[in-house]
Write a protein that binds this ligand. Structure first.
Ligand SMILES: NC(=O)c1ccc[n+]([C@@H]2O[C@H](COP(=O)([O-])OP(=O)(O)OC[C@H]3O[C@@H](n4cnc5c(N)ncnc54)[C@H](O)[C@@H]3O)[C@@H](O)[C@H]2O)c1
Length: 251
């Protein structure tokens, strides 16, 4: 169903598009007329392709690991060929692990930072290069987190570090992009009902008690904010962090 904010015909890459929030974002964008490239890892390639085929309009799955610069370059080039350009990037791929400072190995630290932070940088770089060359503006939305503001309640040190970094990266990218009409914003969800939150925290009822609105968010509620930031109506918003957290953190 069309919901207002115009993204008709926009060509958008969504990373981590096979996951809970990624699927909701891809669906929301496709249902509102965007052409969506759903990027995710090889492990979920079949599921991503099946999901993309089920979306309305011109949507396609692309396989790449966001930590692999060569695979990303190929994936973005494939989107150039398929869509004839790029209008938006949603840096959504991410992982977390319920580990505390005492348990986190250097390897695990690097895994989380590489995917959540370096992967976002690599994708943003490829998108910014295209936006600058095209000269028609562009949009980047990064998937931050409430823990990027306040830290995690327990453990998840690498994850919270990566999300704070994304918030900061967005602001600097926003200043760079402003010179050629690109906006860069962050959506910072609280607790969202997805596989990531299930593996990270388990009991939904206990988590909901920590949320003033008394429940977890649905992925579609995060997708709504992403849709708005990609739309023409959000053209004067850049460097912002939009909190979608049920009141867990108020600034
Ligand atoms: N679920 C929440 O409560 C919550 C809260 C705040 C922020 N977020 C953020 O939202 C984003 C999506 O989370 P989700 O809850 O949908 O998780 P999810 O686990 O359902 O989906 C994450 C997706 O990222 C993909 N991915 C992982 N590593 C990748 C890599 N190296 N390259 C490409 N893709 C990769 C996975 O295959 C998966 O499809 C993440 O950045 C997460 O940190 C989630």
């Amino acid at each position: 169903m069309r919901r207002g904010f115009s993204i008709e015909g926009k060509r958008v890459i969504v990373t981590g598009a096979a996951g809970g929030i990624g699927q909701a974002v891809a669906r929301r964008l496709a249902e509102n007329g965007a052409r969506v490239a759903l990027l995710d890892v090889a492990r979920v390639a079949d599921a991503t392709a099946a999901f993309a085929a089920d979306l309305p309009g011109d949507c396609r799955a692309i396989t790449a690991d966001v930590t692999d610069p060569n695979a990303l370059a190929e994936a973005f080039a494939a989107v150039d060929t398929a869509f004839g350009g790029l209008d938006g990037l949603v840096n959504n791929a991410g992982i977390t692990r319920a580990e505390d400072v005492f348990d986190i190995t250097l390897e695990s630290w690097r895994d989380v930072i590489d995917i959540n932070m370096t992967g976002a940088f690599l994708c943003a770089k490829l998108a910014m290069e295209r936006f600058r060359a095209q000269g028609e503006g562009g949009r980047i939305v990064q998937m931050g987190s409430v823990v990027g503001h306040q830290g995690a309640l327990k453990g998840h040190l690498h994850y919270s570090a990566s999300k704070s970094a994304l918030h900061g990266m967005s602001r600097t990218l926003a200043r760079t992009g402003a010179a050629f009409g690109v906006t860069v914003n962050t959506v910072a969800p609280g607790l969202v009902r997805t596989p990531l939150i299930d593996t990270a925290h388990g009991d939904g009822a206990e988590m909901a008690a920590a949320v003033p609105l008394g429940r977890l968010a649905e992925p579609s509620e995060i997708a709504a904010a992403v849709h708005f930031l990609l739309s023409d109506d959000a053209g004067y918003i850049t460097g912002a962090v939009i909190d979608v957290n049920g009141g867990m953190h108020m600034r």
